[in-house]
Design a protein around this ligand. Structure first.
Ligand code: ATP
Length: 273
């Protein structure tokens, strides 16, 4: 629903321990946690705290999770919206939403504003639009730029935005004083996948044969979201068979199912690309 376009969970329970792997990215965003917790430590020497950072990486790699963990670690509210919510909005609505969001954020500062899929509103202006179309997306982007410039660096609002298409973003977003930092979030390697498996195996009832190393080896190319999906599916598969614990075979079946789903998705996408 429209009303739920952004939410203000005052307390985010997610912390860095929920984010497996991504050690470099975590290191980089730790500084943002410190900016939120101890702003005067930085501003006392005349420095300006960055307003925003761009989290760049493929879908499902934990960008949203990491942004929430920053808010959780700093103990500040988390406001979010997704760029895709603004597609096909009526004239003026997108820009008004952005203004509303920033008004709320400034009232609740220090806080994190998270913009998922920023490429949906932040594509470089004048690109790929229909002649004569009323480009509401462009209005929304302009209002985002205006809002970012409109608050001072010591307002305590830090904006994190996520994208898997940094190449299409309007260069105005990357100017100093806007998203002038980039944190790259890659698909996990085998070590990363094992760490992610461990996080998502933790709540499950497992049989003794379940081995996170083997699971990591069997899931090349999987992002964290797919690993989380495998863990959940395997528990459902085991439950359907009235098992008392999830076995390695259930994981095998779940992996096959997730690979099947990915292949179907790729087939659907590729002809139009
Ligand atoms: P998208 O670009 O599609 O929005 P995203 O990069 O924001 O994806 P998330 O929404 O953060 O990805 O990840 C989806 C889910 O996958 C998370 O809620 C979590 O359960 C799991 N996940 C992803 N990455 C990790 C990780 N590094 N550690 C633990 N869980 C992860």
């Amino acid at each position: 629903s429209r009303a739920a376009l952004f939410d203000a969970e005052n307390r985010v329970k997610i912390t860095f321990s929920d984010v497996a792997g991504l050690e470099e990215a975590k290191e980089e965003v730790k500084e943002i946690v410190d900016f939120l917790k101890h702003p005067t430590k930085y501003t006392s020497l005349g420095g300006k705290i960055p307003k925003g950072a761009l989290l760049v990486g493929p879908p499902g790699t934990g960008k949203t999770l990491l942004a929430k963990a920053v808010a959780g670690e700093a103990g500040v509210p988390f406001f979010s919206l997704s760029g895709s919510d603004f597609v096909e909005m009526f004239v003026g609505v997108g820009a008004a939403r952005v203004r509303d969001l920033f008004k709320q954020a400034k009232e609740k500062a220090p806080c994190i504003v998270f913009i998922d899929e920023i490429d949906a509103i932040g594509r470089s202006r004048g690109r790929g639009q229909m002649p004569g179309s009323n480009d509401e997306r462009e209005n929304t982007l302009n209002s985002l730029l205006v809002e970012m410039d409109g608050f001072s660096t010591d307002s305590g609002v830090i904006i994190l935005a996520a994208t898997n298409r940094p190449d299409v973003l309007d260069s105005a977003l990357m100017r100093p004083g806007r998203f002038d930092r980039q944190v790259s979030i890659d698909k996990p390697d085998i070590i990363g996948r094992e760490a992610i498996f461990k996080v998502h195996l933790n709540p499950l009832k497992l049989s003794d044969d379940v081995d996170s190393k083997k699971l990591a080896a069997q899931t090349p190319g999987f992002a964290g979201a797919e690993i989380a999906n495998v863990c959940n599916e395997s528990a459902l598969i085991a439950a359907r068979k009235d098992k008392k614990a999830v076995t390695m075979q259930d994981f095998q079946d779940a992996i096959d199912r997730v690979i099947g789903g990915l292949e179907k998705k790729n087939k659907l996408i590729s002809p139009s690309e």
